[in-house]
Design a protein around this ligand. Structure first.
Ligand SMILES: Cc1cc2nc3c(=O)[nH]c(=O)nc-3n(C[C@H](O)[C@H](O)[C@H](O)COP(=O)(O)OP(=O)(O)OC[C@H]3O[C@@H](n4cnc5c(N)ncnc54)[C@H](O)[C@@H]3O)c2cc1C
Length: 309
């Protein structure tokens, strides 16, 4: 299995999220002549649910998906570029800022965060968020080489998780894979056959329950057939949705008790050159307010860049 090449990209303004907030921000930024990159996550915008919208000005009634397509076409028309990948790691306090996906290292002078309503943390493993970057990773490509020759647990049940487990094995990491629900991936049998053929320890009946340690991952409780056993891996790789609000707070962004990103009235966050817009700020929770905040965030980012050049 080939490792994906890491592509380096330099943007003036990076927009994370491609709902009404992100796409409006991108439209303003690109139209102002800035190299604008939109990172669109694997999860989709709320508009992709395809409901009827009757309160967006200019349309008595429009399907939300059609409105989303129009926002997207508009941003692309003015030169915004789209990358389809989840942000997996972010460093927002530096200048420039860096955002890492599985296959990209994106450098940007300003960043607009527009990733929508914060997700409830229902599937989180106890301790997971505390150890992000301290032995908990969501990215085999980014962090796998750090654990060459060491023992790690992998969690997740999808084709992608299987690919990531194989990638870890290829990097020389000793990986034990737990799907936790008694099942293998729902995808192609060949992937699972490949996992088994490589001698990767595959435990469909085991579930990671708790991650503990002093300063980094040291102990993990695993549940098997109703019994808890404690293991001591060097890291835990979790291959499913990233708890984005945790990444934001680790990156130094101030968030409130609802995991909403805090901004001032210009959409500026507590970090220079970083803005937030749309449902992530828990503002109006409407398309029109998300678009409005996106426009304002872009104007603030443009002003910030003018001050720097
Ligand atoms: C059923 C339903 C009906 C609704 N009806 C209406 C209505 O009639 N009128 C109205 O005004 N509003 C309505 N809303 C609310 C409206 O959909 C939201 O307010 C709006 O979509 C918010 O826009 P946003 O850009 O902030 O976030 P979203 O539209 O949720 O977009 C978030 C974007 O962030 C991306 N993302 C997430 N995580 C990552 C990551 N890690 N890396 C990169 N990108 C990421 C997602 O892929 C997505 O593109 C409705 C919502 C629902 C659920």
């Amino acid at each position: 299995m080939d490792q994906p090449e890491i592509q380096q990209i330099a943007a003036d303004i990076l927009v994370i999220g491609s709902g009404p907030a992100g796409l409006t921000a991108a439209l303003y930024a690109a139209r102002a002549g800035q190299r604008t990159v939109i990172l669109t996550g694997k999860s989709s915008s709320k508009l992709d649910l395809d409901y009827a919208v009757e309160n967006y000005p200019g349309f008595v009634s429009i399907k939300s998906r059609e409105l989303l397509d129009r926002f997207k076409d508009h941003a692309l028309h003015f030169g915004a570029e789209i990358i389809e990948a989840d942000a997996m790691d972010i460093n927002l306090s530096m200048d420039p800022k860096y955002v890492v996906t599985k296959e990209h290292m994106i450098e940007a002078r300003a960043v607009i965060v527009a990733t929508g309503r914060p997700a409830p943390a229902k599937d989180r493993i106890s301790g997971e968020e505390r150890f992000i970057g301290l032995g908990v990773s969501y990215c085999a490509t980014c962090d796998g080489p750090l654990y060459r020759g060491r023992q790690v647990l992998a969690v997740g049940n999808s084709d992608e998780a299987a690919e990531d487990v194989l990638a870890l094995e290829q990097m020389g990491v000793h990986v034990e894979w737990m799907t936790g629900d008694g099942k293998a991936t729902t995808g192609p049998e060949e992937l699972l056959d490949e996992v088994k053929a490589k001698g990767i320890r595959f435990r469909p009946d085991s579930r990671v329950r708790e991650i503990r340690g002093e300063g980094r991952v040291q102990e993990v409780d695993v549940e098997e057939a109703g019994e808890i056993r404690t293991t001591r891996p060097d890291a835990v790789f979790i291959f499913r949705n990233i708890p984005f609000s945790s990444l934001y707070s680790k990156a130094g962004l101030k968030i409130d008790h609802r995991s909403c990103v805090l901004t001032d009235t210009t959409q500026k966050t507590n970090l220079d050159g970083v803005y937030a817009a749309g449902d992530i700020t828990c503002g109006g929770m409407q398309i029109v307010t998300a678009a409005g905040e996106g426009a304002r965030a872009a104007m603030s980012a443009l002003k910030f860049l003018r001050g720097k050049t």
